[in-house]
Design a protein around this ligand. Structure first.
Ligand SMILES: Nc1nc2c(ncn2[C@@H]2O[C@H](COP(=O)(O)OP(=O)(O)O)[C@@H](O)[C@H]2O)c(=O)[nH]1
Ligand SMILES: [Mg+2]
Length: 248
């Protein structure tokens, strides 16, 4: 049985470069892409943060650094702003050897003279080298994991990188649940919801044919806002520890 993305890619295999799929355009072919990563320092661990625009990547990076969006040195966040180029931020507790890299969200661009939806080949053409410089990826999504973040995650996996999945904006999930099913919280709390969403997430990844079993401790359910990250709400502490504990 073909996996979800192999059937997706074969259906798009008639498209021509540069809109060719990931399977036609390997990252090696694309590795003269711009921009180029900063020079790697000895022993440095590089954590790439990828995913949908608006998933909360920049917000989370700011929060790990103890910054609010408008603080000096903070990554720009917002409902319309999207990061245009990979941007490196030193981890506050290991500024010399741990770097968080805020990647642009999925691209929705006109290219090759036609309207283009997200194209992993194009993404790798632009950011493949930068991705190659990372040791581990945090794949962010808001809500259920979707096609585009899985495509980026798969590309990272095929580069031999570690991949961790982050479902962000869980505070909004809780508010939605309160609205949709108020009785749920009569005898349950947000931690129950968190575990349900984690199992659902793992099930979706299995169903789409993710190449290996994903374990509970590879899926993090968080809110990336500063107050939740500083108070270690939900999986914030586990995620911070996972980042901090990464080795090359
Ligand atoms: N409620 C809530 N809002 C969030 C969270 N993370 C990000 N946001 C908001 O979502 C929007 C997009 O966030 P941003 O960090 O710019 O997303 P990015 O494109 O993935 O970098 C901003 O308005 C943030 O304030 C979260 O965990 N909870
Ligand atoms: Mg951003």
């Amino acid at each position: 049985m073909g996996s979800w993305w192999s059937s997706t890619s074969s259906s798009s295999s008639s498209s021509s470069s540069p809109s060719s799929s990931y399977h036609e355009q390997s990252w090696e072919e694309a590795h003269d892409s711009k921009p180029v990563p900063q020079r790697r320092r000895p022993g440095e661990v590089r954590v790439g943060v990828v995913g949908d625009p608006g998933a909360g990547k920049s917000t989370f990076i700011n929060s790990v650094r103890g910054l609010r969006p408008r603080d000096p040195g903070a990554a720009r966040v917002g409902l319309t702003h999207t990061t245009a180029e990979p941007t490196e931020y030193p981890h506050p507790d290991r500024p010399d050897d741990l770097v968080l890299i805020d990647f642009p969200g999925v691209l929705l661009r006109r290219h090759a003279g036609r309207f283009g939806d997200f194209n992993i080949g194009q993404y790798l053409l632009e950011f493949g080298s930068y991705m190659q410089s990372c040791d581990v990826f945090l794949v962010f999504c808001r809500g259920r994991i979707q096609h585009n973040p899985v495509s980026i995650a798969l590309a990272a996996h095929r580069m031999g990188k570690r991949v961790l999945f982050v479902r962000s904006q869980f505070d909004k999930d809780v508010a939605d649940k309160e609205n949709d099913d108020p009785e749920y919280f009569d005898d349950k709390c947000s931690v129950h919801l968190m575990e349900e969403l984690r199992q659902d997430y793992i099930r979706v990844l299995r169903d789409v044919g993710w190449p290996r079993d994903v374990s509970d401790d590879e899926v993090f359910i968080i809110s990336g806002r500063l107050e939740y990250v500083t108070q270690d709400m939900w999986d914030a502490l586990e995620l911070k520890n996972a980042i901090f504990g990464q080795r090359r």
